[in-house]
Design a protein around this ligand. Structure first.
Ligand code: URA
Length: 434
């Protein structure tokens, strides 16, 4: 088999067979296919697409390009969760301890973030002492003991995805639905999950800007799940404004703790409960969403979720006192208020620009090796639909310098639209794909 023939086949819009897809993934993984031919194939896929069968075959080949995590020693259905990424998306930090407190074994790998703020791994790293570098044996041991382990993405997993993603990043081929779907799902499959709940974000702060492309991506990923023997559901949720009000690494840890303490209501809690309910359903705890939500709410009220979070921090060498004393978390010297220049109602927020503001504070990375400022970030004081008076504070910005704060503030001002008349608040949960 020759890679040139496969590139031509895909370039001309033809379907690739299992053997051809396996050959491509093997060659990418062992380096026998040079980057220029891999890039050409990626571009051919970008323009010609892959059908459901090809996408599932690519996903499975990528999942098997490296190690597959073996979670078989851990009893119960292992349900994973994945978000396609958004601003102030702190759900994992809440969901993992909350669902573990109900009895689900949670072994969750997370990556570092590139862009507006850190990934879950970075948020956890903002907890003093917290160790995310856990190997397979310790992950199994922890999950058996406490039902929960949150860890960094293992380097031995999906080397093909790593290579393909690096090339997609520099060849303009990231925004391809089958490539995004196979990239995400291959990592989830390799991480050993039996079932997966996907949070597909849709809106100005997400990969998928409109509902049609979000639905397409969700359907592809659910179909990959079915084709690879995993039970997968996707919830499409709005990213037309930041999900929570705290953006940044230690700031998001604080907001997650506040939700687990029962002090925060609103969109972040609502999306967390929705995703958590579907995790409970996939774990066969109940088959009714209402019942699942009731169970989760009870474990917020009785603080079992919060105590599970504490147990996880202790188990992974972090300082559990941060739960009761937020001053033990990293924080920034400079605080800056973004003041409204108008009176009216917030009618729209450009979430991508708010993400850009967060990057400006130092909470996110613009290149892979960049160090994060764990204490930096933004607290949004207003959401869509809120009334605002001229002179009122719209957001608080935290950074290591006054200049960074001012520059972030300019992005926030650009991101927020204030109008005389109130407009309808966009729906939060847009669809559920089973
Ligand atoms: N997240 C991934 O893991 N892969 C993609 O291709 C896009 C988002």
């Amino acid at each position: 088999m020759k890679i040139l023939d496969l590139i031509i086949k895909k370039r001309d819009g033809m379907k690739l067979s299992k053997e051809e897809i396996d050959f491509f993934v093997k060659g990418v993984t062992d380096g026998t296919i040079p980057d220029y031919q891999t890039s050409a194939m990626l571009m051919a896929i970008y323009f010609r697409g892959l059908d459901d069968d090809e996408t599932a075959l690519l996903t499975i080949a990528m999942a098997h390009s490296g190690k597959i995590f073996d979670l078989s020693e851990i009893k119960g259905i292992k349900v994973d969760k994945h978000s396609t990424g958004g601003v102030a998306d702190t759900t994992t930090l809440i969901l993992a301890p909350l669902t573990a407190s109900v009895g689900l074994p949670i072994v969750k790998m997370s990556g570092k973030g590139l862009g507006f703020s850190g990934g879950t791994q970075d948020k956890l790293n903002s907890i003093p002492g917290f160790n995310v570098d856990i190997d397979e044996n310790h992950a199994t041991e922890y999950a058996k003991k406490t039902n929960i382990v949150l860890m960094s993405q293992n380097n031995e997993l999906t080397p093909a995805d790593k290579k393909l993603y690096e090339l997609r990043d520099v060849t303009g081929t990231v925004e391809s639905l089958p490539l995004i779907a196979s990239s995400i799902m291959s990592k989830k499959i390799a991480a050993g999950a039996d079932a997966i709940v996907l949070d597909v974000k849709c809106g100005s702060g997400a990969f998928m800007k409109d509902i049609d492309s979000a639905k397409k991506l969700a359907n592809i990923m659910v179909s990959i799940g079915k084709n690879s023997g995993r039970n997968v559901r996707a919830i499409i949720t709005s990213m037309s404004q930041p999900l929570g009000n705290y953006i940044g690494n230690s700031l998001e840890v604080i907001e997650a703790i506040e939700v687990l303490k029962g002090n925060v209501k609103g969109d972040l809690l609502d999306v967390t409960l929705k995703l958590g309910a579907h995790m409970l359903i996939l774990a066969n705890i109940t088959d009714k969403e209402d019942t699942a939500i009731k169970i989760l709410k009870e474990n917020i009220e009785n603080k079992k979720g919060l105590e599970k979070f504490r147990e996880m921090i202790i188990q992974q060498d972090g300082n559990p006192n941060i739960i009761d004393d937020y001053s033990l978390l990293p924080h920034c010297e400079h605080e800056y208020k973004v003041i409204s220049e108008y009176s009216g109602y917030i009618t729209e927020t450009n979430t991508a620009l708010i993400g850009r503001a967060s990057l400006e504070t130092g909470a996110g990375r613009s290149y892979k090796e960049q160090e994060l400022d764990y204490g930096a970030g933004i607290i949004m004081k207003k959401r869509i639909g809120d009334k605002v008076e001229k002179g009122e504070t719209i957001a608080l910005i935290y950074s290591s310098s006054e200049e960074k704060c001012v520059s972030a503030g300019e992005f926030i001002k650009k991101a927020i639209k204030i109008e005389k008349d109130k407009k309808e608040i966009p729906p939060l949960i847009l669809d559920t794909i089973i």
